[in-house]
Structure formats: structure tokens, C-alpha cells
Design a protein around this ligand. Structure first.
Ligand code: FBP
Length: 595
């Protein structure tokens, strides 16, 4: 008798048909890491170009040991294999918001370190490193987490390691765990943390390597690092959702949808999703700042499109809004900068006040222009602008309902332009839905290779580098990027801090220019596309982010990483889970049901 209940219970804890099938997904491996059917670490023995930031001298003074050791030079591979290393203990931690593919960084690390070395997992991010929360990562763990989304295997957090006590606690963890290296998987702020750790832990003989993670896509280094991991999966998930809504609009013919997409300050996510779906409107924060649009200008631009489309009988449409837009509107940006200073210097006084109290306090501390603008904003925006900054000093833009603000203001403006235009609207925020999905093939492969690269850097004795993979159109290339070469000084928490500068959308970039060429046509009529769910098997699964393909000058949007999929060996080795295609798995389930 088939026992459906038993079958369903067996699927608990990440064992659905899909999750089981995904573990067997074969991910391409860069040929440099392959020797026959074995995986081998590579020696990063070729020194490339020197990276020089705008605050080079100040950064060198802040990171004297690291910069003297690597001279901010990029590391490449000549093709030689690394010397075999035994007995190393290497720790790995996740830092910041989750991004799809992180688990494959861990499995890649485990595979390249091999049985002769130990991989230690740090639980709950940088805080876990301070508190000494560790676990040994086994091959069985890796089989279970291969190609799965999220960071749940180890957990993550946003602690910035900055006080002498925290550094001492980290040293203690390294000593007690006998760590030779720490691999920090994180975004721009977490990789800044990695650079600081590399500098501080150098004398203790602990090397530190960063891995570029963030769905925001704002950790990019020209042709050396086209994108961070997690971006592809998140944008494919958002593009599916936006595409579905676009498909709904001319079906129901009555709604304008204002959709804010996660992605923090930079508009990479919004731009990529627009390139994939072709909505009527997509606002790009960096352009807003460059052209110095006011909030009223933006509202008017959207309202004019609404009215023009209504005249053609199109009473529907989609407006894609980047999460960080509000910070890029010059007048609001000036207001936020003033608020940051006031919040940083009057934390204690503001602590116990309600919104009315804070408003009164600000009136006495902010400039007249900012005070006036603040007073015109609805309360739901005022409250969010006054929220505590995160531990890295960032405004928590994901909590600000910019989409609602724009929708409300556009409604009033449309009425003012033409009271005859019918305008029904809905607002959405797609954020957490996209961060932890099962990694796309791009992210699964990218991350596994990042793990192999980070492990190779550690085995080669390197410290203060970020592992990188580039050349997704030409088989792939692994690199070591000197972290201090990416660092500049920025105003945070009311003072200058050394940070990795966020890579914003460049309005001169090929991706933006292509979008700018096409957007008037997208606004004028329905030219949208609905890309559908991301595919993990077959040719469609090999699509790279369109913005990456355009910006890197690829000839196609089809990935060429590590040769043919069928020849990939590492993922096969990493998982003993039988390789079932989803079709086969479904057939098997059907068969057992019939029994
Ligand atoms: P990082 O990758 O930079 O850590 O941030 C990712 C992100 O998803 C942002 O897009 C978003 O603004 C933020 O995290 C939300 O933060 P939280 O997870 O704390 O709600």
C-alpha cells in the first residue's frame, strides 16, 4: 500500500522532490581546478595590475601590514597547481543579508581543502566569531546543503567588528580553534570587515579571505568581478514576479502597480529586472541624482506617462522602483545626511521620544530647508527616516515605503493634470522573497567556484584578498583581488570611515544606455515580457544577468563557464545523493504511489 503520509513526512527538513533533485544539479567547474576527475587547488602565482583608490595614501596608513605585503596587486593564475597543504584549520562565516548560493561557497571550500584539512563553520556570522560559536563541517553536511538557498546552515548577522575588545575576542576564538584562516562571505561592508581582520590578525598568523556576496549587485570591480553572487537568483525571482504582474495588467486592464525592489542604494536590481521584463517605467536612482530631479519632478514624470497611456486606452502599467530611490533625490539626500548627523550626536536624547517629540527636536537642529521638507513628508516616511541606522551606519531603506509615497503623490498629480483619467493603483515591495531562493545555475556554479578560489587562496598562504570569478563568457577565470585596493574613506555615523565603495549604476554604462534607448517605447505601449520561473536544467538555465552581459561586452546572454555542464565533476563528487532529474523523481514518486 502506498503511504502518502509517510512519503510527505519523509520530505520534511529540506527533502521535497525539488530539493532532492536540486542537490544532484551538476554545476560547471573552472578547468584550472580540474585534474582528471579530481579537484586541485591552484597557485595564485601571477601578479597582475595594481588597484589604487582615491584615498590610497590614507588607506595605506590604515592598513600598513596588508598593503606592504601585497602592494594592492591583483593575483592571477599561471596554471600551476598549489603545493599540497595538510593540517590547516580554515573557518568560514556568512555576514550580512542572505544571498542564494552561499552554501555552495562552503561546499566548494570543503572540496578544495580536501580530507587533509579541516573546515570550521562559524555560527551566526561575525558575532559568532566574537563569541567562539563554531562547528566542524563534514562531507555529509555538504551533501545536504549543496545547491540549496539561504544561509540557514550557519546563520548570519550584521555585527561590525570594531572595538579592541571585539578584536581580542576574535583572537581568542582563533587561538582556541587553532585557526589558520577565516573566510568571510559578505557584501561591501563585510568585505571591509575582512580587510580589517586581515590587518589585525596578520601578526597572529591567521589569514583572511573575503567572498563577494550580495543580491544588491553593488560589489563589482569592473572586469575583475562583474557581479556579486545572489544577484542573478534574486533578479530572476523578482523578474518572474514582475513579469506575472505585467501579464496581469492588460488582462484585468485597471491597475497601475508601483513595485519597489530590494537592492539597497544601487539600482542594479531594478535595472536588471527592467531589462528582463520591459515595464512601462523603471526609475533609476543614480540618474535621479545625476539629473538632480526633485520629488515633484519624479512624480510629474510618472503622472505624465499615466496620462499619455490613458489617452491611448491603456489604463494600466507597472512602475519599478529601486529600494534606495529616496536617498538619491538630492533634497531628500541632504535631509538624510543632516538626520544622520543629528541621530549620531543626539542618540541618547532622541531615544525615548515619540515622533512628535523628535519632530520638535529636529526643528531646532536641522537647517530650515531640511526642516521644511521633513514636515511635508507623510508620517509613515518621517518615522522610517528616523529609524536607527544599521551597525554599518546605513539607512534601513528596505523599511521605507517609497512605493506608497510615489503612488499617493502620482494619484494627486494625475488628478491635477487631467481629472478625467481613471487611476487605480496597488503597491508592492519584493525583497525577502528573492534573497533565499534556490540558487540559479549561474549562482550555484559561481559560488562553487568562488569556494574553490577562496580555498586555493588560503592554501597558497594569501591574506587580505577577495576571491573572484570573472569571464563568464569565456570559460571563467579565478582571481584574488586585494581588498585594500577597493577601500576609500566615506562619511558614516558622523565620521570618516574606511569602507569598500558601493558600485552604483553608471548612467554611461552599456546596460543603462540600452535601457535608456528602449524605455520610451516600453512606456508608449505594452512591450513587456514575462520571463517565467528560473530554470535549473537545460539551455534556458544558462542565462546570465542581462546587465552583466551588456556591461562586460559579452556576445550573448548564455553562460560559458567551465565547459559543458555534462562534463562537470565536482558537484557530482560533492553529493552522493543519486542524480535524479525532476521528471524522473516525479515518475518515481508516482510509481511508488501506485504500489
Ligand atoms: P547585504 O547583502 O548588503 O548584507 O544586504 C542585502 C539586503 O537584502 C539589502 O538589499 C536590503 O536593503 C537589506 O539586506 C535588508 O536588511 P535586513 O536583512 O537587515 O532586513
Amino acid at each position: 500500500m502506498p503511504d502518502l503520509k509517510k512519503e510527505l513526512i519523509a520530505m520534511e527538513s529540506h527533502r521535497s522532490l525539488f530539493e532532492e533533485a536540486i542537490r544532484g544539479l551538476q554545476t560547471p567547474v573552472l578547468p584550472v581546478f580540474q585534474k582528471g576527475s579530481a579537484l586541485v587547488p591552484v597557485a595564485f602565482d601571477k601578479v597582475g595590475e595594481t588597484l589604487t583608490g582615491k584615498d590610497d595614501a590614507a588607506v595605506k596608513a590604515l592598513f600598513p601590514r596588508t598593503t606592504a605585503a601585497h602592494g594592492n596587486k591583483v593575483l592571477r593564475i599561471s596554471g600551476a597547481n598549489a603545493k599540497p597543504m595538510k593540517g590547516l584549520r580554515v573557518a568560514v562565516l556568512f555576514s550580512g543579508g542572505p544571498a542564494a548560493g552561499g552554501h555552495n561557497v562552503v561546499t566548494g571550500l570543503k572540496a578544495i581543502l580536501g580530507k587533509e584539512n579541516t573546515l570550521v563553520g562559524i555560527k551566526a556570522g561575525p558575532k559568532g566569531l566574537i563569541e567562539g560559536k563554531t562547528m566542524e563541517i563534514t562531507e555529509a553536511d555538504c551533501r545536504l546543503i549543496q545547491n540549496t538557498g539561504g544561509f540557514d546552515f550557519l546563520g548570519s548577522d550584521r555585527t561590525k567588528i570594531k572595538t579592541p575588545e571585539q578584536f581580542e575576542a576574535v583572537r581568542k576564538t582563533c587561538r582556541e580553534q587553532r585557526l589558520d584562516a577565516v573566510v568571510v562571505v559578505g557584501g561591501d561592508d563585510s568585505n571591509t570587515n575582512a580587510a580589517v581582520l586581515a590587518e589585525k590578525l596578520g601578526p597572529d598568523g591567521v589569514r583572511v579571505i573575503g567572498v563577494p556576496k550580495t543580491i544588491d549587485g553593488d560589489l563589482q570591480v569592473a572586469s575583475l568581478l562583474p557581479i556579486s553572487f545572489g544577484f542573478d537568483t534574486a533578479t530572476k525571482i523578482y523578474a518572474e514576479m514582475v513579469g506575472n504582474i505585467l501579464q496581469d495588467t492588460p488582462s484585468s486592464r485597471k491597475y497601475w502597480h508601483f513595485i519597489k525592489l530590494m537592492g539597497r542604494a544601487a539600482s542594479h536590481v531594478a535595472l536588471e529586472v527592467a531589462l528582463q521584463t520591459r515595464p512601462a517605467l523603471c526609475l533609476v536612482s543614480e540618474e535621479v541624482a545625476e539629473r538632480k530631479y526633485s520629488l515633484a519632478d519624479l512624480v510629474d514624470q510618472v503622472a505624465q506617462v499615466v496620462v499619455a497611456r490613458a489617452k491611448k486606452g491603456l489604463q494600466h502599467g507597472v512602475v519599478v522602483i529601486p529600494e534606495g530611490l529616496i536617498e538619491f533625490i538630492p533634497e531628500v539626500n541632504a535631509l538624510i545626511a543632516e538626520l544622520n548627523e543629528v541621530l549620531a550626536h543626539h542618540e541618547a536624547e532622541l531615544g525615548g521620544m515619540d515622533l512628535a517629540g523628535k519632530r520638535g527636536f529636529l526643528a531646532g537642529h536641522a537647517s530650515e530647508a531640511c526642516g521644511k521638507l521633513f514636515a511635508t513628508l507623510p508620517e509613515y516616511i518621517q518615522e522610517m527616516l528616523l529609524l536607527e541606522r544599521d551597525s554599518h551606519g546605513n539607512l534601513q531603506v528596505s523599511l521605507i515605503p517609497t512605493e506608497r509615497l510615489l503612488m499617493d503623490m502620482v494619484k494627486a498629480r494625475v488628478k491635477a493634470i487631467d481629472p478625467g483619467v481613471k487611476f487605480s493603483s496597488l503597491n508592492h515591495f519584493f525583497g525577502y522573497e528573492g534573497r533565499c531562493g534556490v540558487p540559479s545555475l549561474f549562482d550555484a556554479a559561481f559560488c562553487y567556484n568562488l569556494g574553490l578560489t577562496a580555498g586555493s587562496l588560503v592554501l597558497a598562504g594569501k591574506s587580505g584578498y577577495m576571491a573572484a570569478v570573472t569571464g563568464f563568457d569565456r570559460g571563467g577565470e579565478a582571481l584574488g583581488i586585494p581588498l585594500t585596493g577597493l577601500i576609500n574613506l566615506e562619511r558614516r555615523h558622523g565620521q570618516n570611515e574606511a569602507v569598500i565603495e558601493k558600485a552604483l549604476v553608471k548612467t554611461g554604462s552599456p546596460a543603462f544606455r540600452f535601457f535608456a534607448e528602449r524605455r520610451d517605447s516600453w512606456a508608449a505601449s505594452d512591450l513587456f515580457t514575462s520571463p517565467g520561473p528560473r530554470q535549473l536544467w537545460g539551455e534556458v538555465s544558462r542565462q546570465v544577468p542581462i546587465s552583466v552581459a551588456l556591461n562586460q561586452g559579452y556576445g550573448s546572454i548564455v553562460m560559458n563557464l567551465g565547459g559543458k555542464l555534462a562534463k562537470a565533476t565536482a558537484a557530482k563528487k560533492a553529493s552522493k545523493t543519486p542524480k535524479k532529474s525532476p521528471k524522473k523523481a516525479a515518475k518515481k514518486a508516482k510509481k511508488s504511489k501506485k504500489k
